[in-house]
Design a protein around this ligand. Structure first.
Ligand code: PAF
Length: 252
């Protein structure tokens, strides 16, 4: 496994004859890997001749500077977890990804303004912009995204279609803990008590007859509810627990 922490090193590796004409599978992440990411890596390994993991904590998608500062940075542990599945890790520095100081941005005018977009202004511009940059640098045949970030997945797919990107966006099912809680790097910021209580989040999303009832039941269970909404056969929701924002979705 090769670690490339700058663009020249990455470009040298990507241009290597050994990588030419081979299918490349790409898993973009912000690190703090868990079993959910591993499921993407395993799928990429099964479907491609080369697999690349990117680890880049993208500042432009954080609307809260405190959230960015708190985001876990665990490159060594991430590499150890990913090692069995990957050929390379691309972990560039901020300045290299934004030589334009974020003057150029990808904007979407419909889906991005709902749900997460309402709560986190500018979030999806940051996500789409960095994903486009990473796809251009990595040039994968397939890129893997988790269904947990359902809205992100729809937007990335939409961008790939709109700009005729030569990549297949592959979606992978949400991985849940034994108690039903969707895996997320944010879960590790919860106290043991809150982590136990958060099992109610997917349970109430599933058992409630409609979105309004689910929101009311979540509030009654003590959660701060950002939104619960039913759309396209999915129930999407975000809550706050101990200041940690968690999202989930269930298929109706
Ligand atoms: O889902 C994530 O971890 C991020 O939004 C992504 C796709 C890596 C872009 O920074």
């Amino acid at each position: 496994m090769k670690l490339c922490t700058d663009l020249p090193a990455w470009r040298a590796l990507r241009g290597n004859p050994d990588w030419q004409g081979r299918s490349v599978g790409f898993v973009p992440t912000m690190g703090a890997l868990h079993a959910g990411h591993v499921s993407l890596l395993a799928r990429a390994r099964a479907e491609n001749e080369r697999v690349v993991l990117s680890v880049f904590v993208n500042p432009t998608q954080f609307n809260d500077p405190a959230d960015l500062a708190r985001y876990p940075r665990t490159l060594e542990a991430d590499m150890a977890l990913a090692a069995p599945y990957i050929d390379a890790v691309f972990a560039p520095a901020m300045e290299e990804i934004y030589p334009d100081s974020y003057r150029f941005q990808v904007t979407e005018n419909d889906v991005s303004s709902r749900w997460e977009g309402l709560q986190r202004p500018g979030h999806f511009e940051g996500v789409l912009t960095v994903v486009l940059k990473l796809l251009n640098l990595v040039q994968p045949r397939r890129a893997y995204f988790g269904e947990k970030d359902w809205q992100q997945l729809q937007l990335v797919r939409g961008m790939a279609d709109a700009f005729f990107l030569p990549v297949t966006i592959v979606s992978c099912p949400t991985i849940r803990d034994h108690d039903g809680v969707a895996l997320s790097s944010r879960n590790r910021r919860l106290s043991a008590e809150a982590r136990a209580h958060v099992t109610q989040f997917p349970a109430l999303l599933r058992s409630s007859p409609d979105a309004a009832t689910a929101a009311a039941r979540l509030r009654a269970a003590g959660f701060d509810v950002d939104y619960v909404d039913d759309a396209g056969g999915e129930r999407l929701a975000a809550i706050r627990v101990e200041g940690v924002r968690l999202i989930d979705h269930v298929t109706l």
